[in-house]
Design a protein around this ligand. Structure first.
Ligand SMILES: [Zn+2]
Length: 332
């Protein structure tokens, strides 16, 4: 026998009033982020069974919740491969919801392209569903070392609310070197070229469509972040990536394009190294090098004012380290 709750309530309580009260109680219990997990991310189909969830050219702040890197997914015969999990648990949930709007196939694998927080802190949403997470072993080591601090730092930029529910979840499936792999009926090339943008960079090439998800090896219209970079290794990686028969390129940040974007990122890095090396060899200080290594052709890229000077310093110290290391070797 079922009792009607409305019959047990004082007269001013209608069923709809009760429903509203229960909803309000649920929000108090779970916080407004619980409702936000159903938010709709725009999904773009860029090739047959290949989708991108594009992010704006921006730095993390409360208005974007840290969603400043592109993520995407590829639908195979039996399941879906997602590339990067987003900046926090909510973002990961929203990506999974976006996949579910496109296909009923299960998510078979999440790939982390590299250990930066905007790319991996949504992992907990995938781990909660038992979805395997793949990355290079170098990414796992870097996440273990840096993610606690990165999570705190990202929280300061975007606010605690955006980060609520976020837990660090390490990848459980490792790829030590480049390899071809069939996942969920989709033939992928997982490409690791050593230390470039970060220690653990992994690019994903979809054989069927010749779409490359480059991770942050390629930036579109944005000054790259160099804080964990080895710029010599990065340029070498881009040279190898350029050998692929790329039809479309999904950069880590910026609009979807082609191999030309790869060449632009390479040009920025090469020009940066050339100008900084010249300043170093003239005996200039890092501060003087910043003034001497302006690159006006990239000044309209997002983040130039904020990051280019820091990038000059990073490269200056790379060159100095190599130089002093070489001198030590010569004395042996
Ligand atoms: Zn990155």
């Amino acid at each position: 026998m079922f009792l009607s709750f409305s019959g047990l309530l004082p007269s001013p309580w209608s069923v709809s009033t009760l429903r509203r009260a229960l909803l309000a109680a649920a929000c108090l219990l779970h916080g407004p982020w619980a409702a936000a997990t159903t938010e709709i991310l725009p999904v773009h189909r860029i090739a047959l069974d290949v989708y991108v969830i594009a992010a704006p050219l921006a730095d993390p702040d409360p208005s974007n919740g840290g969603r400043v890197v592109n993520t995407g997914f590829v639908i195979g015969r039996t399941g879906v491969v997602v590339i990067d999990s987003g900046a926090n648990h909510r973002h990961g949930e929203a990506i999974l919801a976006a996949v579910a709007r496109v296909t009923t196939k299960p998510v078979a694998l999440l790939i982390n392209t590299h250990p930066h927080p905007q790319n991996v802190l949504g992992n907990s949403a995938f781990a909660d569903r038992g979805i395997p997470i793949l990355a290079t072993s170098a990414t796992v080591a870097a996440m273990t070392e840096r993610c606690p601090a990165c999570q705190a730092s990202l929280g300061q930029s975007v606010g605690d609310e955006a980060m609520r529910g976020t837990r660090i979840r390490l990848p459980d499936t490792l790829v030590p070197v480049s390899q071809a792999q069939e996942v969920a009926g989709r033939q992928l090339r997982l490409l690791h070229f050593g230390h470039g943008h970060t220690e653990g960079d992994l690019a994903v090439f979809d054989e069927a469509t010749a779409v490359l998800f480059s991770g942050d090896l390629v930036y579109g219209g944005q000054i790259p972040h160099l804080s964990e970079a080895n710029t010599v290794g990065w340029i070498a990686a881009l040279n190898q990536v350029a050998e692929l028969p790329i039809r479309m390129l999904v950069p880590g940040r910026g609009p979807v394009g082609g191999a030309g974007d790869l060449a632009l990122t390479r040009r920025y890095l090469a020009e940066l190294r050339r100008r900084v090396a010249a300043a170093y060899l003239e005996g200039r200080t890092p501060d003087e090098a910043i003034k001497l290594a302006e690159l006006p052709e990239f000044s309209d890229w997002h983040g130039y004012a904020a990051r280019h000077g820091r990038n000059v310093q990073h490269v200056y110290f790379e060159i100095e380290r190599d130089d002093l290391g070489g001198q030590r070797e010569a004395r042996r």
